[in-house]
Design a protein around this ligand. Structure first.
Ligand code: PLP
Length: 350
């Protein structure tokens, strides 16, 4: 499984997007299909001063290739030993989403750099207005020795839902609340660059826009995912095949293609209503889904082809009907992958 990047086109998109606002690139999880170290290198190339990672554990994967500050997006917790260890690292900025955690950081040795997270309509993490008010008072409390402040306040963080309608209003409302309690930069996500700029002008504070998907994956035409053909065999209608020994519905070829569950093949984000409906339609019409078959993400001889059975760990078995032209072992075929859930074997720049 290979991800091929048209490097010049991709970097043009990265540079344009990076320049569209005060952008903080986000590199977390599977690194949006590219891997974290590669994204750290790209953030460095872009001249980013700050990179955001998802968890404290991920800091180690970006800190060599990226020389600036690293924000950890998952809120700090006392049970997270990595987060505790990194909170006093001068290059790390810690997200704090509860007053009790802020109190612990203030009391600890060292001077953590902190972002205070406000709860949004996501209702994932963050302090609400009352807790924010009392948390702010702790920002000026002295550290364990009573001398310096216990933390350095780096701003507010606000993580909005993906909706487009109403998000700028919510950003305004929360931004005003935050800045009214303590002036500081607003670190936002899921605003457009134009909205981020507008908000900054209205509130008179810097607005830093965290971007992951629209940065790294925002120009899909610059990216291509392909799978190597590992094996090709003729099969007759009714032959039994695979782990489950199902009968083949038509004569043709069995294709064994690179890519299995370990690569994220066959993973789809749940979309309950649509899939329930399509399954009901399939059952009513006797369609192939009704008997447990699924269209694969592989395109062979111009069309998506059916899985013969669920993907294996590192390869998949697909049926190519007899009227199509089979590929040769060693060929590459296009495969549709969600890069936020994929783990490819190789990333190649052309
Ligand atoms: C993942 C994440 C982002 C980036 O999200 P995208 O939709 O990939 O741009 C920004 N902020 C926070 C807090 C996140 O967890």
């Amino acid at each position: 499984m290979t991800l091929t990047i048209q490097a010049e086109r991709w970097r043009t998109h990265l540079e344009r997007t990076f320049a569209s606002a005060d952008v903080v690139p986000v590199a977390k999880g599977n690194g949006y299909g590219f891997g974290l170290p590669r994204l750290a290198g790209e953030a460095e190339r872009l001249g980013a001063t700050t990179l955001a990672v998802g968890t404290a554990d991920e800091v180690a994967q970006v800190r060599d290739a990226f020389s600036g500050d690293v924000v950890v997006l998952t809120p700090w917790r006392a049970h997270d030993t990595q987060a505790v260890a990194l909170a006093t690292d001068p290059r790390v900025v810690t997200t704090v989403s509860r007053e009790v955690d802020l109190a612990a950081l203030v009391a600890a040795e060292g001077t953590p750099r902190v972002l205070l997270e406000l709860r949004t309509s996501m209702r994932r993490h963050g302090v609400e207005a009352d807790e924010a008010r009392s948390a702010v008072r702790r920002l000026d409390v002295g550290d364990a020795l009573g001398g310096r402040p216990g933390v350095v306040f780096e701003g507010w963080t606000i993580h909005l839902p993906l909706l487009t309608s109403g998000r700028l209003e919510e950003a305004r409302r929360l931004g005003r609340l935050a800045v009214g309690l303590r002036r500081g930069p607003l670190w936002m996500s899921h605003l457009s660059p134009a909205e981020a700029t507008t908000l900054g002008e209205e509130l008179g504070v810097p607005v830093r826009l965290r971007l992951g998907t629209s940065l790294w994956l925002g120009d899909p035409a610059a990216l291509r995912t392909t799978a190597t053909v590992i094996d090709v065999h003729p099969v007759a209608k009714g032959d039994r095949i695979g782990y489950r020994q199902r009968r083949v519905a038509r004569a043709g070829w069995v294709l064994v293609l690179a890519g299995g569950t370990a690569h994220g093949v066959g993973l789809e984000a749940p979309s309950a209503a649509a899939s329930l409906r399509s399954r009901a339609v399939a059952a009513a019409t006797g369609g192939l889904e009704a008997v447990g078959r699924a269209l694969s993400p592989y395109t062979v001889d111009g069309r998506k082809r059916w899985f013969l059975e669920p993907p294996h760990m590192q390869s998949s078995m697909v049926l190519l009907p007899g009227d199509a032209t089979p590929p040769s072992v060693g060929d590459s075929v296009p495969v549709e992958l969600r890069l936020t859930t994929a783990d490819v074997d190789a990333v190649v720049e052309v």
